[in-house]
Design a protein around this ligand. Sequence first.
Ligand SMILES: [Fe+2]
Length: 184
Amino acid sequence: MKSEVRELLTEELKDAYSAEKQALRCMQKAVRKASAEELRQGIEMHIEQTQAQIERVEQAMEKMGVRPGRKVCEAMRGLVEEAQHEIEEHDEKGPILDLVIVAGMQRIEHYEIAAYGTDVALAEALGEREVASLLSETLEEEKQTDLKLTEVTKKAIMPEALADDDEGDGESKGGRSGGRRKAA
Ligand SMILES: [Fe+2]
């Protein structure tokens, strides 16, 4: 049975490898659409982290004696597709599009947190300590990224989004202007 658990972990690693590469491309596109400086910096930082995460998955696979192969993470494909679709629905840059980007990214992060949580547990159960430690490092980064996205939303994006009525494209209700912008 142990060999089957091993097999399961190697399949998980192939999946994670595909997931990270897809997430990377998604973030590289999203960062160009982000407005809030803190959000852009956060995405840039996670792009760098993701490059290191891809290398960690490669190292983990090497330790397990497997190659990435052509496995495609279908779940990440769906998440990325949806995020990109939502982003494309908003052609105007600004706080609302920033919120859409965060929403897509947090879904992606949560998927990765779930996957790496399982994978760390599998690696530990198999006594693959180095693999477990590589994946734990990534898991921690994903959790931090999720927290950071929440923080950036609260501090930098949401105040703008709620105060943006008079800058809308004809959707502002009743022409209330001024005053509220600094309210946050
Ligand atoms: Fe990641």
